[in-house]
Write a protein of this length. Sequence first.
Length: 341
Amino acid sequence: MGRSPCCEESSSVKKGPWTPEEDEKLIDYISKHGHGSWRTLPKRAGLNRCGKSCRLRWTNYLRPDIKRGKFSEDDERIIINFHSVLGNKWSKIAAHLPGRTDNEIKNYWNTHIRKKLLKMGIDPETHKPRTDLNHLMSLSQLLGMSNLSSAISTAWGNKPLGLQPDITQLAKIQLVQNLLQLINNNSFVNIGNNNPYLLSNPNLNPLFLNGINPLQTNKEPHVVLSGSEEYANPGLYSQAQSQCSQHDVSKSLADLDGGSIPQDYNKINSTTTSRENLAENPPLPALVAFPPKMGTFNQMDSGCNIAAQTSTESPSNTIFDDWEKLLDDETSGSYWKEILE
DNA sequence: AATCGGTTCAACCGCGGTAAC
DNA sequence: TGTTACCGCGGTTGAACCGAT
């Protein structure tokens, strides 16, 4: 329904930064009487502020259990993980970070995490690889003089599990993927699904919580993050879960919450299953087949290993071979060579 | 030392949900 | 059932801060 601003009836109320005296009054009043009705609090506390302003000041700054200072890497990981599932539900995310406010998390996301993800070629909204042209251009610049085929072989060839590609290699992977996505309009190239970086990076894989390596565990999933809470971003989460689905997410979430499974998730768990959820929000199909020769994730044993490149198939069968052909072609490849070189 | 542009974050704005009447 | 009041949330703003020149 909405309503007019709570303070419009009284234009004389003070706005802007709070003074130490005002803070003191507010703290003093609430510690003695509790906040009660925020609307009437300012009058009762002797403050020339609107109730909303008092509530904000209290919940975001003066509350005694506020935890101030820099976010730890764990905090950051938790924020990314929950954002990939919940989206911009800052208050819900804040509920999993005791002492942190939704406002603080929102600010931190917008000023730090968002930029980090963008730099890495990850869309912070969808947690999927970016496909916009500006990003492609910046990636191509980042690549500088790199060579596409060597990029692919370096990034995908014989990398041992656990040895993550550096940022340049990531850029190469991203560029290739994005170009392929553009070419195959409406299709989803499965590099993202199988991207070892996305799956193994604790900051990007929601399953990678609190020391649980989704690439190594081998359990049946039985939990879900949906139900009353919308499955906001089926993208990364369901992709990761479907590709690498032998994980106990509830344990991860329980660990996050200091050992006990959060109430919300218990409630959710009792009503839905991940399979149902995935059925409702199936991961995007890989319309362009991921070439076996480039490596696939072995879900049967140790999780999502990238198999070493084995060139047993016809070399002309893969999209990457087509790519090399395309790039070798004097006429059609010149444009792409310009971008890539 | 002064200026400028970018970044950070506290505070504000306005809307949606919902309880109370 | 419709209206009003209130709370909480997410998006936005702008002053303060900071580093580069």
